[in-house]
Each structure stands twice: as structure tokens, then as C-alpha cells.
Write a protein that binds this ligand. Structure first.
Ligand SMILES: C[S@@+](CC[C@H](N)C(=O)[O-])C[C@H]1O[C@@H](n2cnc3c(N)ncnc32)[C@H](O)[C@@H]1O
Length: 274
């Protein structure tokens, strides 16, 4: 898929994707550590790293705590940004000019592909094809992370799509906040991944999910859970009792993560009738 024709700003910031790094180190450790067979060469690919490669380098540092020989490749559609990042290259870290299909064209297998804050510039109807292209170089069991954050990375929502025998499965929708804006479930609405953004509308599955989450959070507050972190945690526990696939893992809830892994996969929005 070709990137949008106009040159995009490439805005990024240090620490913006730290919450995702922490989640992946905690919950995807085997994926980051694997060394058997083709996994030895399988890279972490950061697609669309932006005007500075800060987030790529931060993730490289975090993931190499688990896997010191992890190959890391930043890929950018903007040739000038890719060239400027080259000064940060080392034996295991590279920056390349290219698009979503770069890894397949280069014969580079991947264990993890990340495309954060990229698809906001694309049309919602192009998301499915973008996911397929981004996920092509993943080894079986590999993970595609695609979603959005606010400018400083205090609010994140990401799809986690797993490469399986049938292609990419929409495994998880992951929410995270550092509570800098307090908390209410609808805080996440404007940061939903591109296909779900603007689809929190009656009859849509994502609307039903937010309605259930808001009801659970409201009940938690009515029972005295006023402080944002406590209301988040108590609301998530109530939601988990009625909504299949909501994780109650303490590590997640204590740190502001809500992981929704519905048994049939994260629902797609209803196709728009044009
Ligand atoms: C807003 S920046 C995101 C930077 C970083 N990922 C972050 O989350 O902070 C988006 C970047 O994606 C790049 N981009 C857009 N479409 C792309 C594509 N198809 N392939 C590679 N890079 C792309 C743009 O050139 C831009 O630099």
C-alpha cells in the first residue's frame, strides 16, 4: 500500500510508546526471546518511526533486556527521515526507507511489527489491507501492533493481531492510560485505532463494549471507588464479570491496562453502506 501522497508531519515524542514496550516485555516475553530456527533472525520492525527514531531506539533498549541479539529495523516512507536516522545504526539496529511491504521485499522475517500513529492518516476502508501488508513478514505466532496514542503517550489504544494458520487474527484490543487526565472509559474514544474511531455509534460492537464498560465504571463509583485508578480497576473487574475476554490480571489493572480478548476476535465495524 502506498503512503498518503502528501508528506506527513512525522510528529513523535520520547517515551510515547513506553507503555506498549512495558506491556510487550511483560506479556509477550516468549515472543521477544525466541531464538529457535528462523526466530534467531526475526526482527522487531518499527514501521513509520517518524521525524526522529526515538521510539524505535527506546523499544530496542527495552526488548534487548530480554533478547540482547534482537535485530531492530525502523522503516520510514519519508526518505529524509530514514537517512537522518542512519546515524543511530549499529550492528543490530538499522533504518530503511520503505513502506508496509518493505520486510517482505527485503526477505526480512519479523517477530513483531509495530505501526503506531500511522493509520490515522489513512482511510478506514484501507485498514484491513494495511494490516494484511504489515503482517506479511511475520513468522507464525508473530504479532502486529497497530493503534494510536495521544501526543505524550499517556493514552494508548492498540490492536494486537497474531499471525496464525488462517492469516492475521484480531486477538486483542489493548487500552492503557497513565491517568494524567483522570479516568472515564470514553477517554479512549478519540484514540481508538483507525477502523474503530468514529464508530462508537449505536448498533456497533465497539459501542456496546463502551456502554458495558461505562455502566461497570459507574457502578464502581456508586460503590465508593472515586479515585481514578481505583475506579478503573474496580470498573474493569465488574466489566470482566459480564464481558467475555476482559483480563483481570493484577499486573495489568494496577498499571492502567485493560486487555480485551473476545473469544471470537475483536469485532470489525459494520461495513459502511455508501
Ligand atoms: C505520526 S508519525 C508516527 C511516529 C511514531 N511511530 C510514533 O508513534 O510516535 C507517522 C510516520 O509514519 C510514516 N508513514 C506513513 N505511512 C507510511 C508507510 N506506508 N510506510 C512507512 N512509513 C509511513 C510517516 O512518514 C510519518 O513519519
Amino acid at each position: 500500500m502506498t503512503p498518503p501522497e502528501r508528506r506527513t508531519r512525522g510528529r513523535t515524542s520520547r517515551s510515547r510508546l513506553r507503555a506498549l514496550d512495558a506491556y510487550l516485555c511483560q506479556c509477550e516475553r516468549p515472543l521477544l526471546e525466541r531464538q529457535d530456527g528462523p526466530w534467531r533472525e526475526a526482527a522487531f520492525l518499527d514501521v513509520g518511526f517518524g521525524e526522529h527514531p526515538w521510539t524505535t531506539l527506546e523499544s530496542a533498549e527495552a526488548f534487548r533486556e530480554l533478547n540482547p541479539s534482537l535485530p531492530v529495523i525502523g522503516v520510514e516512507a519519508d526518505a529524509g527521515r530514514a537517512a537522518a536516522a542512519a546515524s543511530h545504526e549499529d550492528a543490530l539496529t538499522r533504518f530503511r526507507h520503505g513502506g508496509f511491504g518493505w520486510a517482505v521485499a527485503a526477505g526480512q522475517p519479523a517477530r513483531l511489527v509495530r505501526a503506531m500513529n500511522i493509520l490515522r492518516q489513512y482511510r478506514p476502508e484501507d485498514v484491513e489491507a494495511a494490516h494484511a501488508e504489515l503482517g506479511q513478514a511475520l513468522l507464525p505466532g508473530g504479532l502486529l501492533v497497530e493503534g494510536s496514542t495521544d501526543a505524550r503517550g499517556g493514552i494508548t489504544v492498540a490492536h494486537l493481531l497474531r499471525r496464525g494458520p488462517e492469516g492475521l487474527a484480531r486477538e486483542v484490543l489493548l487500552f492503557h492510560t497513565d491517568f494524567h487526565q483522570g479516568f472515564a472509559p470514553l477517554l479512549f474514544r478519540d484514540w481508538l485505532p483507525r477502523d474503530l474511531r468514529r464508530r462508537v455509534l449505536p448498533e456497533e460492537p465497539i459501542h456496546a463494549f463502551f456502554a458495558a464498560w461505562t455502566a461497570a465504571w459507574t457502578q464502581a463509583r456508586e460503590h465508593g471507588a472515586w479515585e481514578p485508578r481505583i475506579a478503573f480497576r474496580e470498573g474493569a473487574l465488574r466489566l470482566a464479570a459480564s464481558c467475555p475476554g476482559v483480563s483481570t490480571e493484577e499486573w495489568l489493572l494496577e498499571r492502567g491496562y485493560l486487555r480485551w480478548q473476545p473469544p471470537g476476535g475483536v469485532p470489525r465495524p459494520t461495513p459502511l453502506l455508501i
